[in-house]
Design a protein around this ligand. Sequence first.
Ligand SMILES: [Zn+2]
Length: 246
Amino acid sequence: MKVSDNLYIVGGGDAGFNLSGPIDANVYALSTPTGIWLFDVGLDAGPLVIENMRADGLDPSDITHIFVTHYHADHAGALGYFRETLGDVTVATARDVAGYISTGDEVANALGWARDLGYYPKEFRLSPCNVDLELEDGFQVQSGDVTLTAVETPGHCAGHFCFHVSDGSASYLFSGDQVFVGGKILLQNVPDANLQACAASMNKLASLEFDALLPGHAGFSLSNGRRHVEAAALRFNRIGLPENLI
Ligand SMILES: [Zn+2]
């Protein structure tokens, strides 16, 4: 689904626009002068994401980079499929969790545990995917006039990143599960969720300038997206808690 001149949403499940599998996080595609950048890949509906891209007039073989906000399976589960299907693509994840993704570690990312609780389909298994680019805070990639900056935002889990992208006329924050429309957050009963890290990350995001907020679930804002970050930061800074997404 085309969102703006160069931005598309090509996947997402029950908590979003039902463009692909029910559990899939939102999958965004950004067309840049040197190729397409994908943000997250969903759980297991890779073929539907590819189909959606084609329907939008995008050629999946133009994907040069996949930027992963975090290692939870609803965002990163389909990485193995994309690696196999696309071959030559740069997969970028946090340095801290790259080893878990490249070995398909279902313990480290709590997938096995969450699957036992019924959160993921019981038959789903994580495919390992080599990581080409291990992200650290402040890492930048350029494509013509498009600049991506990786912003480390732990809290939802360890090794969570948001991606700030500016193309000279518009700017975006791909926020994964750090912040959602309405200033909501997503802290879950998982071992590496960290409330105070989430608050510190929110204040870090509040210092950034951007137009569109593009979260990993539910809706998005194309303009004045900062208001959602500011609302969440305000709650935290009054020693309270923003509302949780689920
Ligand atoms: Zn998620």
